[in-house]
Write a protein that binds this ligand. Sequence first.
Ligand code: AKG
Ligand code: FE2
Length: 323
Amino acid sequence: MGIDPPFQETYRALWKGFCVRAKEEECKEFELPLIDMSRLRLGDSAERKKYIKAASEWGFFQVVNHGISEEVLQSLRYEQMKVFHQPFNNKSQRNFLNLPSNSYRWGNSYASCLSQFPWSEALHLSPADISRIDGYTNLRSSIEAFAGTAATLAQTLAEILAENLGVKSSFFTENCTSRTSCIRMNRYPSCPFSSEVYGLVPHTDSDILTILYQDQTGGLQLLRDGRWLTVKPNPQSLTINIGDLLQVFSNDVYRSIQHRVVAPQQVERFSLAYFYCPSSDAVIQSYRTPTKYRKFTFREYKQQILKDLQATGNKVGLSRFLF
Ligand SMILES: O=C(O)CCC(=O)C(=O)O
Ligand SMILES: [Fe+2]
């Protein structure tokens, strides 16, 4: 039994070729703005300026001296590979790793067209789930170590952006706890149809901000001024992107940027995303009037996304909440 999900066998109808992806130009590779967290934490004003500029003009950047040790990152990657290299039949079993059903996901069961279908598999973990992981002690401890530092990093990054708008940054301490954020581990198997399907289809993240640990394979692309750019991986850094909620909070000062992953042709690729989220009851609204968005709870936002996904195969996102 192989390790890859049965992408083609299960979604045969999608492969009839009725709406494949349009051919695209080669995307340019570039380096994201690089922020030094040790200088930012010390209040270095030049670094702070660079950071604000990156958050408002790019919505995407990389951070070094982030506080997560090389040892934790390496162990996390090793353990992640071990989990995903299990036979598909194990991973798709109810109770895999003692996790709730639906923690292991692949493809997109709502896709009506190849361009909505991601050639990847993922393990979704809420903080409560992490403590349930059975039989993989090292996986559990490295995720716990990663998540603990990622939470502090995310809070620091979000608070500086709020302070820059001249607003109280207590929103984050009041609404985000160690139990509200979540983690997704991704594996992108090599794909013989990489010009037809994405590893991950274009999307924005539905959180405050995302901390991404990616391997050196590359393939992450972001949309900037109407063109897709390929992010050059940097082994020392973590990639950060602004999520939808911070875009609303800042009334579009900081932007949640569309991104996607190209399916690798020859190799497999791994990444791990930490989604910094508030509690479901948190009210999301802009810091100043006139606001572009009507206010909503995070729960409403997630429900709307699911509804749209079920109806159309796509996330619609913030445009649903524009005035
Ligand atoms: O794998 C990546 O590089 C990106 C992952 C991502 O965008 C996500 O999980 O939301
Ligand atoms: Fe994403």
